[in-house]
Design a protein around this ligand. Structure first.
Ligand code: FES
Ligand code: FES
Length: 152
């Protein structure tokens, strides 16, 4: 039995310790906002935070998150009011949407550490998040907009 705190809620999951965190989030806990893309830590679609750090949940064993604080897109803000979520809507970032929860989680981890990221900072922090629809310019714009809101 693995004890997890996800989005502020305590869970116990009866899974093998080497089960990928992504499967526990999606299949055991029903938190399907986190997506499965490549399964080999290459696309970033499955990004969540573990103790505030961005983690590729498709390859992270659940045991690695035991006793730590996991945050998924569902827990970023209960009501969608996080500045990134608002900027994503205002800038109409998503196209198919598949990669976007991972993109937002990587962006949130960046803004938690860097309140005024440059284009280069954003490109570096987001380089592990692939978007097959090519929304990169709008993602960058939305991150700048959210950063400006958070500095106010
Ligand atoms: S699904 Fe995890 S990085 Fe692609
Ligand atoms: S919006 Fe389609 S993969 Fe990024």
């Amino acid at each position: 039995m693995i004890s997890l705190t996800v989005n502020g809620k305590a869970y116990k999951a009866d899974v093998a310790p080497d089960t990928p965190l992504l499967w526990v989030l999606r299949d055991t806990l029903g938190l399907t906002g986190t997506k499965y893309g490549c399964g080999i830590a290459q696309c970033g679609a499955c990004t969540v935070h573990v103790n505030g750090e961005p983690v590729r949940s498709c390859t992270a064993p659940v045991a690695q998150a035991a006793g730590k604080k996991v945050t998924t897109i569902e827990g970023l803000a209960r009501d969608g009011s996080h500045p990134l979520q608002k900027a994503w809507i205002a800038e109409e970032v998503p196209q198919c949407g598949y990669c976007q929860s991972g993109q937002i989680m990587s962006a949130a981890a960046l803004l938690a550490k860097n309140k005024s990221p440059s284009d280069a900072d954003i490109d570096r922090a987001m380089s592990g998040n692939i978007c097959r629809c090519g929304t990169y310019n709008r993602i960058r714009k939305a991150i700048h907009a959210a950063a400006a809101t958070m500095r106010r």
